[in-house]
Design a protein around this ligand. Structure first.
Ligand code: NAP
Length: 412
């Protein structure tokens, strides 16, 4: 299936010249595995493009598999390819096919075990009369969290950058839960002016705030990308925006205590091995790519939680951070993930939790009685879990707080 899907993807990416692209896929694969780097079509020869080379081997294997099913799939490309394949198929090619099959079966088994073992929120607590804000509730984990909290009777504010998309989600939640108190408000967490505007709007419209879920997130970019305010995009979206938002809403949270702040982070924080609080936006340092920079933003979420919990001691406001698990959401199609999106999407589809299950650890921290008095902790699968050494460093958390305060101009 995986290989078939990939061939179709390759094929559909080249629909402007379908016949050529299909032949290219099969020929290029055959040529690449035999070390030839030129493509011949209609008597003309040209070098393979970089992206063609990348997809070639897989295409080759797909066609190989398809060629074993002549009744299902007959085409000029396949017959042509069969001719070439028959000459060059060696045991190692079959070994690759077998390896793919084993990997697929293993992935399925891992997926079943992983989702079965995932934590679930068993609390039946109602939230009537409570107000919750969820950033990034127009999709994925945020959307399912919003649905759950609305089902418990809360007034839920979907804080989203795409209000049209979010309104559709709100309408769906209202229809399913019957709760009319599901509202959409605009915020772009990567833009500090937008965050301020949103926060002031909330302060003027809401009398209470019991649950703030800082969920919006992007996986980051392959190259350093800055916002119009000069902040690195993943740091701005995932950390700075939520840092500012929480601080601006803190008095309202305190006045509504007991209340909670839940920061949605990730196990990817382990990917960050050094946090330079003097250069959070990679102005002077080499930009390490999307995964380490995503890791830095997610490490910042945990350190923010740590320092915030210290500052909130005795206020009745608790805060915890949570890794939702590997969840099959739109995030795999976005920004940084695009480099490997096809593989990521397939892997997520086979192995990851669905969005509803992915929202469970977030809902747990937002509502469960078990964490009524727990603060400053990191959770995975509805259980407290170890985080990286950096993530537990209170001095680093303080330095991050100080640097973030300056960068978002908190006291302006
Ligand atoms: N999925 C996973 O496996 C996984 C694993 C670990 C951690 N997480 C974390 O879980 C959180 C939710 O991710 P997800 O998987 O549910 O991803 P998702 O389906 O892509 O949802 C992300 C949400 O954040 C919103 N968003 C992105 N940039 C924003 C911005 N600048 N301003 C306001 N909203 C913004 C998106 O809005 P649009 O709808 O407009 O795009 C969307 O609503 C993220 O913090 C992510 O880092 C996810």
């Amino acid at each position: 299936m995986l290989l078939l899907a990939e061939t179709l993807l390759f094929y559909s990416c080249n629909l402007h010249q379908p016949k050529e692209s299909f032949l290219l896929g099969s020929h290029a694969g055959a040529q690449q595995v035999t070390g030839v780097s030129r493509f011949k079509f209609n008597g003309q020869e040209r070098p393979l493009l970089q992206e063609e080379r990348a997809l070639a081997v897989d295409s080759f294997l797909v066609v190989l598999v398809l060629s074993a099913l002549p009744k299902i799939f007959r085409s000029e490309g396949v017959s042509l390819f069969k001719l070439e394949a028959s000459k060059m198929v060696g045991p190692w090619v079959w070994a690759t096919v077998v390896a793919w099959t084993i990997a697929l079966v293993a992935a399925l088994v891992v997926g079943v075990l992983y989702t079965r073992g995932s934590g679930r929120c068993t609390s039946t607590r109602r939230l009537d009369g409570k107000t919750a804000i969820i950033t990034g509730a127009s999709a994925g984990i945020g959307k399912e969290t919003a649905r759950d909290l609305a089902g418990r009777g809360a007034r839920v504010i979907l804080a989203c950058r795409n209000t049209e998309k979010a309104q559709k989600v709100a309408n769906e939640i209202i229809a399913v839960t019957g709760n009319q108190q599901v509202l959409v408000r605009h915020v772009d967490t990567s833009n500090m002016s937008s965050v301020r505007k949103f926060a002031y709007g909330i302060l003027s419209s809401e009398n209470n705030l019991h649950i703030l879920i800082n969920n919006a997130g992007i996986p980051g970019y392959t190259t350093r990308k800055l916002t119009s305010e000069g902040l690195e995009m993943a740091m701005a979206t995932n950390h700075f925006g939520h840092f500012l938002l929480t601080n601006l809403l803190l008095d309202l949270l305190k006045a509504s205590a007991p209340s909670r702040v839940v920061n949605v982070t990730s196990n990817a924080h382990w990917m960050c091995h050094h946090l330079d609080t003097d250069d959070l936006n990679y102005k002077w340092r080499h930009f390490p790519g999307w995964l380490p920079s995503y890791g830095q933003s997610k490490l910042s979420n945990i350190l923010f939680t740590l320092e915030l919990s210290q500052r909130l001691e005795g206020t009745g406001v608790t805060t915890n951070s949570v890794h939702p698990g590997v969840v099959n959401t739109e995030i795999f199609w976005k920004e940084g993930w695009k480099i490997i999106n096809f593989y990521a999407v397939i892997a997520a589809w086979i192995m990851a939790k669905d969005e509803k299950l992915g929202a469970q650890p977030v809902v747990y921290l937002a509502v469960s009685e078990e964490v009524d008095n727990v603060s400053g902790k990191y959770f995975v699968d509805c259980k407290e879990a170890p985080s990286s050494t950096l993530a537990q460093d209170p001095a680093l958390a303080k330095r991050l707080w100080g640097a973030s305060e300056k960068l978002v101009d908190l006291h302006s």
